[in-house]
Design a protein around this ligand. Structure first.
Ligand SMILES: CC(=O)SCCNC(=O)CCNC(=O)[C@H](O)C(C)(C)COP(=O)(O)OP(=O)(O)OC[C@H]1O[C@@H](n2cnc3c(N)ncnc32)[C@H](O)[C@@H]1OP(=O)(O)O
Length: 160
């Protein structure tokens, strides 16, 4: 389990846990709002398949207390940079502070690994919720784009 002692706005403890025999169905069913499907998969099931097929990505279940409320995945690039992807909080659980706590928890865990590499991710420039979240956490543009998405990074010096 990965945790930083962070909670959502209702006081639920936000943790990241491996996808296992007990929770994979709930993780697969995590779905964004319909209008967010332009930016992310319609169901987290797609990300679970990706991580099964990929040597790079690893899926985690996002929990609020003991309830699965989201999915996120992480990977390590050839240059050592750590990446976050597939971040989806279930539509019914959004705007409660879970996404912020989950990204802070994962970025801290990744950033502490092996000498302090940057933590990177990409999002679509029109995805206002993602832009506000990542900007407020200190992610800054690298200048690169990847598949129409803005690549941003959190440098070791910017981590709180
Ligand atoms: C690397 C990637 O995977 S990029 C793709 C990101 N994922 C998606 O776009 C999927 C659909 N969206 C989601 O799953 C969620 O909305 C997320 C992950 C972007 C944010 O998760 P949430 O749990 O809803 O966010 P949370 O409640 O923690 O709010 C965090 C910040 O997001 C922003 N935010 C949240 N809701 C809104 C909203 N309705 N409008 C604008 N900004 C918002 C704010 O900056 C907010 O800051 P605050 O806590 O000071 O108010």
């Amino acid at each position: 389990m990965i945790e930083s002692g962070l909670s959502d706005r209702a006081g639920r403890r936000v943790t990241l846990r491996p996808v296992d025999d007990d929770n994979w169905r709930a993780v697969a069913d995590v779905a964004p709002r319909d209008d967010q499907r332009a930016w992310v998969a319609a169901l987290a099931a797609r990300y679970l398949l990706l991580t099964m097929r990929s040597d790079v990505w690893n899926s985690l279940a996002v929990y609020a207390d003991d309830t699965v409320v989201g999915h996120v995945m992480w990977g390590v690039d050839d240059d050592g940079s750590r990446w976050i992807g597939g971040m989806v909080i279930d539509a019914a659980e959004q705007d409660r502070g879970v996404g912020r706590a989950a990204v802070r928890t994962l970025a801290a865990w990744l950033g502490d690994q092996d000498g302090g590499h940057p933590v990177r991710l990409s999002y679509h420039p029109e995805n206002a919720q993602a832009a506000r979240l990542y900007t407020s956490l200190g992610f800054v543009p690298t200048g690169a784009m990847e598949d129409d998405e803005l690549v941003v990074e959190l440098l070791p010096s910017a981590r709180g």
